[in-house]
Every structure is written in C-alpha cells, then in structure tokens.
Design a protein around this ligand. Structure first.
Ligand code: NAD
Length: 363
C-alpha cells in the first residue's frame, strides 16, 4: 500500500477535501454532528468494489477536526487493503467519533451515531475499535442492523487474530528454515494483552521458546507463569538473540533505532502500523535480509471474525479462514523474494489487483 502525502494537510476547504478523497480513492465521507448529545463524527467509505465497507469506529480526543479527518481517511483506506488481501467480500471503511471516551460517552450519543450509520443503508458496517466497548455497540445496534462485534455474537476477535498471526509466523519459518515447525524456535512476543497472550499459548503448545515483555507488571507475571515464558525488560527487546520478533503492542516499533538493533531473521506480529515510515522502513527490512509479514495481512483474523458475524457463519468457519493466512503470507514472501520487492509492496499490489479485477468484472 503506497503512502500518499498530502501537500496541504492543513487545508480544510471543500475543494481540498474532495481532492484528498480522489488522491486516496475514497468514495464518500459523511460528516455527522448533533449538539444535543455532543456527537461529532466522521464516517469514511473508501472502496466498496468487493462489498460493503467494514471497519471499526474509533473514539479519540483529536486535537482538531483536520486530525480526525486525516486519521479516518488513512484508516478506512487501510481497511480496503486488509479486507482485500484476506479474500473477504468486503470493502474498506472506518468511523471516528471526536471526543474523550472516558467522559463523553452516552446512550444518546451512540444511538445518534447509529442513526447516521443506518442512513448509509448498509454501505458501511461498523464495529468496535479503540475507545469503544461492546456495550457502546449495543446502543448503536438499537438504531441500525449494520453493526458487528456485539456481545453474544462473534465475540472477542483476539483468539482468531492470534491464530492467524501464529500460522502466518509458521509460513515465515517455512521460508527461512525450510520447514514450518516452531518447536525450539526463540520467539519474542512484545505485548501480552488480548492477542499476545493467545499467541503465547499457541506458540508454547508447539514447543517454541517464548520470551515476553509488557508495561503491565501483573499481566507479565501472570502470562509468564501460566505458559512458562521468560520475562524480558522493555528496553532489552530489540537486542535479544531471537528467531522471531512478534510486535503485539503498539505501532511504529519498526523504525531507525530498532532496525539498527534487531538481529532476528523474521518479524511477524499482530500490531497495526508496525512500520514507522512504510516506504523507508519496509525497504530497509528487506535490505537487512529480514522476512517481514505485512501487518494488515497477518493480523486479519479479527476482521475475518467480524465477517463471519455479518454473514452468519460459524466460529469454525472463521478459524478455517484464518488458517488461510498461512498461504497468504507464504505467497507474499515467496513473491517478495523472487521479484526482489519488499513484502509490504507485494501485499499492496495483491490487494490492489483483486480490486482491479473485480472492477473490470463489474463494468
Ligand atoms: P491490548 O491492549 O489488549 O494489548 C496490548 C498489550 O501491549 C497490553 O498488555 C499493553 O500493556 C502492552 N503494551 C503497551 N505498550 C507496550 C510496550 N511499550 N511494550 C510492551 N508491551 C506494551 O491490545 P490487543 O487487542 O492485544 O492488540 C494488540 C495489537 O494488535 C494492537 O496494535 C492492535 O491494534 C492489533 N490488532 C488487534 C486485533 C484484535 O483482534 N484484538 C486485531 C488486529 C490488530
């Protein structure tokens, strides 16, 4: 997925917004506000060639509306690529609600937001994202059917996400070691939250030697003793002798500093936006001879889980589909090696090709 810089990112005129939409290929933006309940939101629909645009709603205290707009444009475009590379019949979209998720939530706000989602008649399907809980989505669902991730439905996506990361990591191992066994391989899992803990479980079940780090001491100790994983200090992660670095906490951990230190042959983890500067650091990883599983391809288990809810499919279907992440990653890395093109670029090309093929069929 190529990065597009906005020369006039501060320009917020009507013309500038439309021109940014056309640069990035967005179909539609819905600006939503209701001063009675304090709602200020933006819904961005990037591309619906493959199906309705699915992507979560983020609630965040953006410092201004431009920042919110830039974020929703970037995130919705990312969803198009993620849904496409995962072989899902879904387009890409995203919503942001501008506000403090600790103090500004109310039933009225989420129901009002739900009515805006409903006004799009299913062109956009929403779900939880940063700052939003399943309970908030229950309020949204009182006003629209176009919402997934509700309590009692497809449930927590983290186990499926972790499973996809696990099989994607095995595909990387197959390329590097000649077989996909992770038995005895040294894996560093950075962040043992929802996804990271399940990943540790799958890895330990296969006999990998797992090290972990986290900023939360209690989580760290609990996961360490439950799965016999070695605790590593936060600052020592990037200097560790390891076979696989699995970032499962924050984004942008692949940057100038960390790439000058990492010695592992494989990077495969769940975190979103791992490359601080996609072009620069994606290229650098290849130059260093490291195999990199593009984040939005390897962490697609969550959106696969959402899709199963949209279509009324079983949890077994979601797991089987997540298992195919193995083939997706294998294909990306093989192509990357044979064509000598960084894996993030190959993933972008494959996602774009699927959409272009479908566009031709639609004509
Ligand atoms: P989470 O918040 O449950 O877990 C993140 C963990 O990382 C927490 O335990 C946190 O304490 C820890 N952490 C934060 N800063 C850290 C640091 N500097 N070093 C080490 N640990 C640190 O989140 P999650 O749901 O497990 O998601 C993890 C990552 O995967 C995120 O980037 C998320 O966007 C991405 N992701 C998650 C899903 C999903 O299904 N949950 C799907 C796709 C992508």
């Amino acid at each position: 997925m190529s990065e597009i810089a906005f020369p006039n990112a501060d320009d917020f005129t009507h013309n500038a917004v439309i021109s940014r939409m056309s640069q990035l290929g967005h179909e539609q933006i819905l600006f939503c506000q209701d001063s009675d309940c304090g709602l200020k939101a933006i819904i961005a629909i990037h591309d619906t060639t493959l199906g309705p645009a699915l992507g979560g709603t983020r609630m965040w205290m953006y410092s201004n509306e431009r920042e919110a707009l830039n974020d929703v444009l970037r995130l919705s475009r990312g969803m198009t690529y993620k849904n496409s590379i995962s072989g899902l019949d879904l387009g890409g979209g995203k919503a942001v609600i501008i506000g403090d998720s600790k103090s500004m939530k109310s039933e009225a706000l989420f129901r009002r937001f739900g009515r805006f989602v409903n006004s799009l008649s299913g062109k956009y399907i929403t779900a939880e994202d940063v700052g939003i809980s399943p309970e908030d989505m229950v309020h949204v669902s009182k006003e629209t059917d176009h919402v997934v991730g509700l309590p009692g439905k497809s449930g927590d996506p983290s186990p499926v996400t972790a499973y996809g990361v696990y099989v994607g990591m095995k595909a990387c191992a197959k390329i590097h070691f000649g077989n996909d066994s992770l038995f005895g391989k040294r894996v560093m899992v950075q962040g043992v939250g929802h996804v990271g803990e399940y990943l540790v479980k799958y890895l330990r079940e296969e006999g990998a030697i797992v090290s972990i780090s986290d900023i939360q001491e209690d989580t760290l100790k609990r996961v360490s003793s439950a799965y016999n994983a070695k605790i590593v200090n936060l600052e020592d992660v990037y200097d560790l002798e390891m076979d696989v670095y699995a970032p499962c906490a924050l984004g942008a951990t692949l940057n100038d500093d960390t790439l000058s230190r990492l010695k592992c042959p494989i990077i495969a983890g769940a975190a979103n936006n791992q490359l601080k500067d996609e072009g620069k650091h994606g290229d650098l990883i290849m130059k260093k001879g490291i195999i990199y599983a593009p984040d939005y391809a390897i962490n697609a288990g969550g959106v696969i889980n959402c899709f199963s809810e949209v279509k009324g499919l079983s949890s077994e279907w979601a797991r089987d589909k997540a298992e195919k992440i193995y083939d997706t990653i294998l294909n990306i890395i093989k192509k990357s090696k044979s064509e000598n093109i960084p894996s993030y670029k190959i993933a972008g090309q494959l996602a774009e090709e699927r959409i272009a093929t479908m566009k031709k069929k639609n004509v």
